[in-house]
Write a protein that binds this ligand. Sequence first.
Ligand code: MG
Length: 107
Amino acid sequence: MVDISHHLQRQTNMDEDNNEVMDIAQEECAEVIQAISKIRRFGIDNAKPGTEYTNREHLEEEVGDVLAMIDILLINNVVSWGNLHKAKRAKIEKLKKWSNIPNLDKI
Ligand SMILES: [Mg+2]
């Protein structure tokens, strides 16, 4: 039988410090997905009936929520700015090669 106790211990340590942060970060990422779905279905400058804000403003709010969670992940040392920057640069390079998204050289 394979000994996985070291994995379980590591997970327990993460949960004690950052369980709530992970739960909320997960929720906020899902809310961004939902906001993008609404834009794809109903248009970016339309508003949901009964609300005063547009789907664009809703997306801005949800992306802002994710930015707040990223700051918390950084301040809690769950992720490091150096590694985030490295991953971001790698993603931009991949998109330059494999997508038609314009203006990537400006980032
Ligand atoms: Mg939110």
